[in-house]
Ligand binder design. Structure first.
Ligand SMILES: Cc1cc2nc3c(=O)[nH]c(=O)nc-3n(C[C@H](O)[C@H](O)[C@H](O)COP(=O)(O)OP(=O)(O)OC[C@H]3O[C@@H](n4cnc5c(N)ncnc54)[C@H](O)[C@@H]3O)c2cc1C
Length: 470
């Protein structure tokens, strides 16, 4: 089923939106609305929205949804716009609904280890608030100092913690969602266990704004982990680093973080930070691991990892429980994208492969880099196989951009060939629709369309994102 949407908001729609959220919550100046038209993914198509609305409450979101539904105008929900798949990009004639004014941490219940939050809360603000109560909210996308919980929920965001603590969905107990007819759906529970009905909470997590607007979330918290001890190991081949990852997994050790950087990432960061990461010249890959188990348990974990790295051929292994040094090593890992900006614009991929195939992914990316003649740095979450091969190109050159686009697709194809998935955490959005269809097949696509049609029959929310309805 397709729906035709109007290109311009009529006066009646603008009036209804102003009635819903107040005049200062409706932006229509195209110079302003243009800044809400796209996220951080350069490949994805976008359009200028006809209006941007900034509701402050669930009731305001409901009124906006009803106004847009009545006018037949699509809605693209948006948090901070830090996404890397174009999922929050405006579509022609749409209203962009921005949640940043809904930024209240409503409750932190230490006895039941949960928090109730609005969607516009910034990830790091939540982490800091619960830390004061001795609690821990694990999901930690690298963008955590500006991305929102609503965006994290809607993309099922991951981060550096996933090897031990899972992705966003593993920390969610329940949601409040405004549906396409303006009704309010409450999913999930506040209890640790609960199996009543379909798991609608998980259905909305990762739905990329295509099924409704999340207006509240009940999140599971954990006790604050111990201060992390850190280990860094340098390898002169990616195959050796890949073998170390697989052996660490097989040994049954669960580090709280296990990241890999290839040679291109290492040299970019060393240049950017004007420092040496402890890697010897010719180092092909660096593994950074942490244990947050503390005390003897933490020391035992790092000792096993150290032994595995040495047995796998690491030519340098360094372990430290010095917090500042550990933070410095992690800062280096987190600064890869910024470091690459010296060479040009970046386009980051997000394939996830079985952990035993990481080395093949890296060597495959080296081949693709040679073929397209562009620098490709591979950095990623080795502990869960989620790799971010990042293509660097000259943004002023259409030919380089075209080659970068081809390389982006080649990396996705490589990930699938290695038994992986096209996205480990960034989502499908407006760049990987065909790849989603390829990965899930016709039956999977039919079920996706059926769910969308049941919840959003007029294709109101983020139409065309993730998959088309025809
Ligand atoms: C430098 C950098 C590093 C990054 N590192 C990571 C990383 O380590 N791990 C990771 O997973 N991602 C990472 N990202 C990607 C991005 O930060 C995440 O996808 C994040 O979850 C997006 O949050 P946001 O608030 O910016 O959402 P947006 O980009 O605004 O929106 C993302 C999606 O969520 C939908 N949405 C937002 N709010 C709602 C809501 N309330 N209800 C319904 N739908 C909604 C939007 O429609 C869109 O589909 C990184 C991005 C950058 C730029």
């Amino acid at each position: 089923m397709t729906t035709t949407h109007t290109a311009q908001p009529d006066d009646a729609l603008v009036a209804a939106l102003r009635a819903a959220v107040g005049a200062d919550g409706v932006l229509t100046d195209t110079e302003v609305t243009a800044s809400y038209s796209r996220d951080m993914m350069p490949l994805a198509p976008s359009a200028t929205p006809v209006a941007v609305v900034l509701p402050s409450s669930t009731e305001q979101v409901r009124a906006v949804v009803r106004a847009c539904a009545a006018a037949g105008v699509p809605i693209v929900p948006r948090g901070a716009g830090s996404g890397l798949s174009g999922a929050a990009n405006a579509v022609a004639g749409c209203v962009v609904l921005v949640t940043t004014r809904m930024n209240q941490i409503i409750e932190v219940d230490a006895d039941n280890r949960l928090a109730v939050v609005e969607p516009g809360v910034v990830n790091l603000d939540l982490r800091a608030a619960v830390e004061k109560r001795g609690l821990f909210y694990p999901p930690d996308p690298s963008s955590y100092d500006w991305c929102t919980i609503g965006g994290n929920l809607s993309t099922n965001a991951g981060g550096l913690c996933c090897v031990k603590y899972g992705v966003t969905t593993d920390s969610v107990l329940g949601l409040e969602v405004v549906l396409a007819d303006g009704e309010l759906l409450r999913t999930g529970r506040r209890t640790v266990k609960g199996v009543a009905g379909y798991d609608l909470t998980k259905l909305f997590i990762g739905s990329e704004g295509t099924l409704g607007v999340i207006t509240r979330a009940t999140l599971a918290l954990r006790p604050l982990p111990q201060a992390p001890a850190t280990l860094v190991a340098a390898f002169d081949s990616t195959a050796a680093a890949g073998a170390a990852v697989a052996t660490i997994v097989r040994e049954g050790v669960v580090p709280s973080l296990m990241e890999i950087m290839d040679q291109t990432s290492i040299s970019a960061v060393e240049q950017h930070l004007n420092t040496e990461l402890g890697a010897e010249p010719g180092c092909a890959a660096l593994l950074i691991c942490q244990s947050d188990s503390g005390g003897d348990a933490g020391r035992r974990e790092l000792a096993v990892i150290e032994q595995v790295c040495r047995d796998s051929g690491a030519n340098l292994v360094h372990a430290t429980d010095d917090l500042a040094e550990g933070r410095m090593l992690l800062a280096a890992r987190r600064s890869v994208l910024t470091a690459l900006e010296v060479y040009g614009a970046w386009l980051t991929d997000d394939v996830c492969v079985p952990r035993t195939r990481i080395a093949e992914l890296i060597s495959g990316c080296e081949r693709i880099s040679r073929e397209c003649g562009l620098r490709i740095a591979v950095v990623g979450h080795a502990g869960d196989g989620n790799m971010h091969p990042t293509i660097v190109y000259d943004p002023t050159s259409e030919r380089e951009f075209a080659r970068a686009r081809t390389a982006f697709g080649d990396i996705l194809a490589l990930g699938l060939r290695l038994g992986g998935t096209i996205t480990g955490e960034h989502g499908v959005g407006k760049i990987k629709q065909e790849w989603l269809a390829r990965e899930i097949g016709p039956v999977g696509l039919r079920v996706h369309r059926g769910i969308k049609a049941a919840l959003d029959p007029d294709n109101l929310f983020n139409p065309g994102s993730m998959f088309s309805m025809s």
